[in-house]
Structures are given as C-alpha cells and as structure tokens.
Design a protein around this ligand. Sequence first.
Ligand code: BGC
Length: 411
Amino acid sequence: MKFRSMAAALAATVALPATLAQATDLEVTHWWTSGGEAAAVAEFADAFNATGHKWVDGAIAGGGSTARPIMISRITGGDPMGATQFNHGRQAEELVEAGMMRDLTEIAEAENWAEIINPPSLLESCTLDGRIYCVPVNIHSWQWLWLSNKAFADAGVDVPTNWDEFVAAAPALEAAGKIPLAMGQQAWQTAGAFDVLMVTLAGPEIFKKVYDDKDAETAGGPEIARVFQAADDARKMAAESKVQDWNQATNMVITGEAGGQIMGDWAQGEFQVAGQVAGEDYTCLPGLGVNEIISTDGDAFYFPVVDDEEITAAQGDLASVMVAPETQVAFNLKKGSLPIRGDVDLSAANDCMRKGLEILASGNTIVSVNQLLDPDTNTQKEDLFVEFFNDPSITPEEAQERFVSLIENAG
Ligand code: BGC
C-alpha cells in the first residue's frame, strides 16, 4: 500500500465508529430553514458525515405546524424518512404507541443517557412503558423578549427592562415610525406569545393549574383575565406587523424597524448570523423581565422503524452523534438553545445563553406546553389565538370564555 492510500485508510478508520458496517444515506427531516437554523443543522450534518455516512437533508419550510403533518403522513403512509425532528413532548405519542418508532433503549443504556441528560424530564418525554424512543438534542425556551437597542435609541427612550416598560414605550416607538412589537401571523407564534404572557405575568402556579390540571375555574379567573388584557396590548402593538414567519419578525428587530419580539431563544441564531452582539445591538429579557423562568421546550429526533439493517445501523450512529459532547456544543452555540448535558464546555456562550444557563441551574423551569396538552388541544389553542390576534373585534373577555371551554375539554 502506498503511503497516501495508507494514510487515507487510516484516517477513515479513525473517523468511523466501531459499529459502522456500511456507509449509508440517511434522510433527516426537520423544519430548520431560517439562517440561524440552517447554520445549526449543518453542524449535525457535518458530524454525521464525519462518521462516513451521508446526511440527506430533508428540510421542510413553513415551520413546525406545516412540517409535522407531512412528517406524520410519510411515516403512516409507508414512506418513512431515516430520522425526524419533533418537539419534546407528545407530538409523536401516537406514532410511538402504534409501534412505528424505533426503540433506542439499548443505545441509551450503553451510552448512559439517563445519567447524562439533564433535566430528566427530557428523557422522560422520550419514554413510554420504560422504553426510550427519541433523542433530545437541545433545550429551547420560549419566554424571551428580544429588543432592538437601535429602535429605542431612535425613539429617544431607554431600552425597557420589563414588559410593562415595553408597553409604556409603545407610543414613543410609534411616533418614531417603528412597529412596537414584531409578530409573525402564523398560529403557533400568537399562541406561543400568549403562553409566555401567562407564565410570566400570572406565574408558574397558575400556568400549571390551567395546562397541567386543566382547571377551567382558574382559566376563567382574574389572573388569566389580566393575561388576556396583556395579550390585547400585544395585538395592538403588533397591529402593523404584517409578516408571516418568525424569522421575518426577528429581522424587523435586527434592523430596528420594530422595538421587540416575544419569541423562543432560537431567535438568537438570527442575531448571530446578522453579526449582532447581545447587550450592544440587542437586549434579551428572559421571562419578559418580570419572572425569570424558562421552559424546557426543544427538539428531539425520532427514528422510524424500517426493515433495512443498514439504515437501522445508520440511525443508531446518528443518535450517538447527536448526544456526543462536541456535537452538542457546536450545534447549540449556533442554535441559541442550551445543551442537553451539563458536562460540556460552554465558555463561548453569549450573554443571553449565559442567562439561560443560570436560570436552568437555578431550577426555575417549567415543562413545555407540548408535554402537557395533546396535539388536538394545541391546535385548537392556536386557532383561538390566531383569530384573537388578527381580529380586533374579538374582546379579551370573549376570547377568555372560549379559552375556558377549550381547557374544560382539553386532553
Ligand atoms: C423548534 C425550534 C425552531 C423553532 C422555529 C421550534 O418548534 O423547537 O428548534 O427553531 O420551532 O422554527
């Protein structure tokens, strides 16, 4: 063997995991199509390709609500991908129950996921009857207000430190020709913003009573009435924000066209791609500056059962790669999310990510709404809030009544 081919063979052996019998193409579906998301998912693809397999990218545009029905119908219709994203929680529950998702318990045990993955709720939401069916890849939290320092400077007011100050600054922003609140019109965004207002303004106890205990009396009570009033402020502040996608709304904050956006920490990826610096160009207020709490939302990968040994082996290799410390750091730094393991080096984290890490360490967390409500109830909730945000003739009181009946019937 010539030196060059020997070196190549050696390099290949080093890169390949012991289990790699065959290099395999694996189609991976997800809804990560914004600039920041694409940069992050490329880290997964590179890490997987380094094992000798090939990541075949199956990005689906339009956000999770568009992507998930497509993913589900491919799996139930007999055309499964090799791996697919879902959010932590109950989105894939029926597929798992129907035996369509691969059992990863052996890999999880061999790699000690139960010890490594933190908080434990992440792996619990992958578990059914003691068996593990998904790999959590990050912790995303929804409860953030992203503010444009430029917009407030242009309007001649201080950058707000909490939700009330933000609402109070709206007239000054408007006078300066700005849209106070940037908000995409898709249903998941308006429903998500309402949930953020609920947990931050009414507090986590009320939030749990409504979504975990499905307590309709609390849903109809004064604390939730106050949240609907805040949602009414939000829709007025967002009335001129005509964009659809969340990242278009983030872009309005990046350019200073809008004052702020309530959005999950995946927005960080967009600020990074735009070269903006937390604290200088933009400000992030976890818990809207009112109640510093984060949810353990996020993404998990599931691997449909397929009758093909090579694909099955490649699925296992991808699961391992996603949990590996180096991949966790590279992916999450770009994604704006927190890693699923505490034993990794995050010295490169920016100010906002550091705040998130501190809140996670303090234990001031709530589980994601996706874990508490079934997909049907979530869809009904999305329908209600997209209507409320787009139709000013629906009063906060009427919307709250509809919300109460939704909670009464929630699954
Ligand atoms: C996912 C994030 C994603 C966001 C916007 C959320 O459901 O958890 O990973 O960035 O949707 O696409």
